[in-house]
Design a protein around this ligand. Sequence first.
Ligand code: NM2
Length: 547
Amino acid sequence: MNRKLIDWPTFIASFVLLLAVVIPLVIYPEAGEAFVNRLNDFVAGNFGFLYLIMGLGIFFFLIFVAFSQNGHVKLGEKDEKPEFGTASWAGMLFSAGIGSSILYWATIEWAYYYQGPPFGIDPSEAQIETIQWASTYGIFHWGPIAWAIYTLPAIPMAYFFYVRKTPVIKISETLRPILGNTSDSIIGKVIDVLFIFGLLGGAGTTLALGTPLITAGVSDITGLEDTMLLRTIILLGVTVIFGISSYLGLKEGIKRLSDFNLALAVFLLVFVFITGPTLFISEATTNSIGLILDNFFHMSTWTEPLANISNFEETGFPEAWTVFYWAWWLVYAPFVGLFIARISRGRTIRQVIVGTIVYGSLGCLLFFGIMGNFGLYLQLTGAYDVVSVLNDQGAPIAIISIINQLPLAKLMVIIFVILSIVFLATTFDSSSYILASVTQKEVDDGEPERWNRLFWAFTLCILPLTLMFLGGLSTLQTASIVGGFPLIFIMFMLAISFMKASTGDLKAEDKFRPKTVVLDYRRIRERLRRRRLKLKERDEEKNQRDE
Ligand code: NM2
């Protein structure tokens, strides 16, 4: 163990900040909750539009970069092949960025929209519209804008790591072109610590959703009662799995688990697609794609402006869903960005951008299209009343009971539970891997110290576990989502930092094609005239020779 490698200020500050938030929550749970909720209402209510603008802005910025000169830059040496094949690469980025939440929300999100549709639609009056949006909105919340939020930090990080070859994996390092030496100062540290705090809270949200889902599945299979003890055992079991995978490292552990994850996910999706309502799933998914394309701008900017100033009823949909989702993707973004950067050696920037957004959105589309529409089909045909189970017994039981409607139900529940565990583990192994990288001064060969990886693996798990016992987990989630607010500005800075650095480097290498072209028509005309003259002369010469 090499203590000198550790960046102690960042390491200790992250840990202390975490305790500083968690301990008061444990001692004063109610007051803490009230305070954090007020803060959340304030941020989501007043700055929700900023999140929406950010999402749309990042999406278009990345498309611009992908097709600009900067997008052609290769992350590595001239003849270097990508370190990971495209299938493994796409699989890893999906498994890292997406946890068990996708199994949760893909299966049940529609049921919330079915009861509380967007755009002020009245579900009792406009049934078809309600149903169409119910099957569509989740795909949007897990679609291209969301994946663009993940991709943005990856670009500067990969650029600095593989092109400029700085052996540091940190947000502050990536901002050096605009912060200068400030990135070594306290401001740089604050940025790194904020990111760690955000990720721990975001991960807490994931665990808070994932554990009850897995427990509901386990108790369905075994008949054991869903108790705190069962939840604790399950959570510790999951921690051991991802701890081992993170300990084994990127190639031996993380990649293998992610390959397995993907194979199992494909099996589940294919099974539901074939044994379920194949035609309905195909049609509804296709229909949703069109609905999103048609309403892309409306969905990405809908803020319910009239609700604030008139007595139109406020639904709270944008804050509760789109803004919340963008905030959740945002707190995960620096981590996923770092991870995408780490696995993208040998690819071009354009490949990373297009690959992440396309494969990521496509993966989510398949989950939502297949799992979501299967549930919706049960509801609409009256085969199974998902909505009442959801309202009476909560989401985890509703989800497991949807899976129970499949043929070979018990086997499918087992597979669903294993998949939830592995999805959770593949997000957490990469999180602890990245947390370890960020709290080190340098990472030799790109791998952080093993004990450091294990330390964060357990912190990631023990912390939410404590709060789950003592109450306050939902407060930590809210706190982290609010705490992630400054990340909006950091994202903006990351974009500028990347453009500044890469354009500067391209210019220095004389490989930057200036965009503005100045045409001098007088000169052109003169040239054309001369050319015509020359041709004429040549013709005349030829004619003379022929004669
Ligand atoms: N996101 C993708 O719990 C998880 O699946 C991790 C969640 C940000 C909504 C990420």
